[in-house]
Design a protein around this ligand. Sequence first.
Ligand code: MLC
Ligand code: AMP
Length: 476
Amino acid sequence: MSALLSSLNPLAVARGDDVPDAVRIDGHTLSRSDLLGAATAVAARVARAERVAVLATPTASTIVAVVGALLAGVTVVPVPPDSGPAERAHILNDSGAQAWLGAAPESDDAVPQLPVIAVRLHARDWHALPEPDPARIAFVLYTSGTTGAPKGVLLSRRAIAAGIDALAEAWDWTSRDILVHGLPLFHVHGLILGVLGPLRVGSRLIHTGKPTPQAYAEARGTLYFGVPTVWSRVVEDEASARALRGARLLVSGSAPLPVPVFERLRELTGLTPIERYGMSETMLTLSTRADGERRPGWVGTPVRGVETRLRDEHGADMPHDGESIGVLQVRGPMLFDGYLNRPDATAESRTDDGWFVTGDVAVIDPGGFHRIVGRESTDLIKSGGFRVGAGEIETVLLGHPAVREVAVVGVPDDDLGQRIVAFVVPRPGGPEVDEEELVNLVAQQLSVHKRPREVRVVQDLPRNAMGKVQKKLLLG
Ligand code: MLC
Ligand code: AMP
């Protein structure tokens, strides 16, 4: 295999093999040569930077920016387009991004002002660029922890290449596929698997803007990606679900796929969904296979190069008997290099013998099949497939004069998996609690997808003898 293919050449095809509709997104159709020419032109402009921010709107410009930076070996910091000033300022300050590559968000005093390097969709440059070192960091992806501000996950080119190649093998994903999804372009799911995946494998990509059932039905792809909320909505729209019958694989991940949705999807589409499991820190480590068993409620076996084990709270090995529950630890070539500027958190995330501690609780059966039971901490919430830390929302709400105390939890929700609910104790003598105002505060300061869907006013929060809030009691 050439050096280009063995690390991360997201375009991964010979120049002669042009594909006229390699990428369709936001009304644009880009051929492979369009993309290569425009991205190489970006690479020439960005080459002197170390790290750049990309406002990750679902557009052709975002894809050209990302590919251009990758060709140049420059690290990309994707910034959620709906992020508010507090979250954006944190991402820009912490990452040390030197410029916006492509559009900058509207200016805001709270956010560092950076120069803008333009991305021109119609520019073309055909210089062949040397392949950057596979150890270079391709992305800093910001992801929530249980407390504090989001941490920057460092993903190397080598890890991404290994991660994509392992999935291509598990899913029999080839250049004959047409991948369809409408996921955001600032996460592992939508950006790394959903954009770099097809570019590396050589399949076509149709990005639908939003992941609506109708858009999925109209796209007529062979391979579909969605978070469980997307699949729940698809099965509610029978006509759209039936239109997916011609596809090859429907893949679900980023959160647990409810068994009734799995079953209904199978009934309506004739296809048994593939479930896979991953994290920003690990890319995808477990999946059911195109040629293997697909069991509702289970996420399959380790993909190529991955090993897993279960540990109890004292660090002892748990048996793989399909019943014993332990914390899942993983290792493999697609794991991250660490958290940016957080040696403490990086060290804590791994065991002394080098395994990554996922924080997910799982069982493994004797055949190596994995079931994710839940998360160890109630403070990490998955809502619509987005990972949200209770702590970051609590910090914002505590800044409001009406709030004396607050506890944020993820309450089970048929559509979103978990719905973010804020339990608020009003400040005596303060202004009255206005639910909409608190929801908007989070939507505006952090990001729209982190907003509570509900605010409940309570007189006090349940606490244990040590004074710690007992969030489990708020879930009932
Ligand atoms: C509502 N809106 C507001 C608002 N309330 N805007 C401002 N302020 C408020 N208070 C607007 C939004 O801007 C949006 O507008 C519209 O309302 C709906 O927003 P929403 O309610 O957030 O959308 P919803 O339909 O609930 O989203 C569902 C979803 C989304 C499935 C589309 O949750 C989603 O895209 N999830 C994917 C998450 C994902 O990719 N995770 C991968 C993590 S990687 P408008 O105009 O924009 O519609 C990972 C690794 C792995 O986990 O394993 O994959
Ligand atoms: P993120 O960092 O956004 O990638 O979120 C990672 C988390 O999503 C994991 O730690 C799991 O809790 C959850 N997750 C991802 N895929 C699945 C899945 N198939 N089933 C259950 N949980 C999942």
